[in-house]
Design a protein around this ligand. Sequence first.
Ligand code: NAI
Ligand code: CS2
Length: 488
Amino acid sequence: MNTTYPASAMAKFTQKTAYPRKELETRIVHIGFGAFHRGHQAVYNDLTNQLTGDYWGIFEINLFGGNALTDALAQQEHLFSVIEKSAQNTTSRLVRTLTGAIHTPKDGIQAAIEKLVEPQVKIISLTITEKGYCSDPRSRKLDLANPLIAHDLKNPRAPQSAIGLIVEGLRLRREKGLNPLSVLSCDNIPENGALTKTAILDFAAQLDGDLAQWIEQNITFPNTMVDRIVPAMTPEQFTAIEKEIGYADPCGVVCEAFRQWIIEDNFAAGRPEWDKAEAMFVADVLPYEEMKLRMLNGSHSFLAYNGGLAGYEFIYQCMEDAVFRKAARHLMLQEQAKSLSPHLAVDVNQYAALLIERFSNPNIKHKTGQIAMDGSQKLPQRAIDPYLTLQQRGIKGRALATLIAGWLHYVIQEITQGRDVADPLNNEFKAVIKADAPRWQQALSLLNIQSIFGNLAADNSDFIHDVQDAFTSIETHGITSTVEKLIK
Ligand code: NAI
Ligand code: CS2
């Protein structure tokens, strides 16, 4: 078994920081040590340490998944590789900024609570997926009926959810008179800081009104826009790492070369100068995140469902099909861009061209099936809200309706063929879809799910009509011909 990072691999990295790791201080505790965090925040932080000489260490907590990742990390001094691939070039980077990692099902939740309560911690950051916030995507309030939240409200000293864990950590920090800190969401959610704040305050208020008030007065929740395509690892991708550094690093990721991070500059106890590594601190993230969530993530979901129905396994394959490539550009510029708030200081034509280029990168094997996951948590911000804005502006959102129709077909197909959908609402989907009902009735039962669609099925006949048009067209004319109609 290794106890150090293999020296032969160490010699092969094309990018490696050189600051003294023994001077790292754990000032960030991160919850959600997944692929994205490794390819994004950890890279920014590592570069910033090098460029500033101020050594912010990150301690990692995983609440879910297996312990293989954190065990492997401990065997290699908490070092890991990030292989960055554009269509033309490959860079191999060693990331040296982690101070430790735990997996709470194995190491116990107390170890995580203790970390949050270390006096020098200044930031708790999060990449826990949209569903990790246990909030209703429509109302954006904490879902008190969520099983993890219900458990944590009964057992607040031994929480299972990220929200329960953070509140317990903050309770103890308050009790011990420790410095305030910031909670930094890095998930793809509109106003992710504001949503996190609501979830934490809703939870704390159930337990102790004074604690909720203290949190509101002392803790800040900056909003962020995060962007870098970091697909889930596959055996093929581990081989790609091995090709670069001669070692199939089990903690490594392969991602695109592009990265972007826009952060609301509102930190209670200081922050790294991530801008030195090309992050941007701004007063208001909203215009950027709206553009990204709608133009990038909305198009991703369009391709995930409709490209998936057309048989494409990867996003770059959708881009090789002229119909899907043009439809994605149409969705970006003719619909999503027209749904954005005014005062956006970005050229949307250039932004769309860059997105098409990034999606087309054949070195990034991003599965349509991965992006299709957790659709109930993604559709509101990626498709429904922009559709409704366009409607108010007198513009038809036909591509957005086709995105939603693609999702309906995808869910119905999975459930009626006896498979589970990777979505927190899987059981609800199973309960509402009647196997012998006509297809459109099955679709309507999904469109009636309040936490995704609110009252649209009853109140917005134009919306339902547009979705039905697209849904029926996919059923009768097929996916390619339906998508082709959008660009004619
Ligand atoms: P991943 O599957 O590699 O990691 C997910 C992480 O979330 C794991 O650490 C897991 O333990 C944790 N998690 C899952 N469910 C949870 C729950 N209910 N409560 C607490 N923690 C939970 O996924 P990846 O690629 O790291 O993506 C995570 C999130 O990062 C995405 O959902 C998205 O919001 C954001 N993101 C991802 C990008 C990407 O390209 N992968 C790019 C931009 C943002
Ligand atoms: C994707 C995103 O999985 C998804 O839903 O749309 O993770 C996407 O890759 C990132 O947001 C890119 O920054």
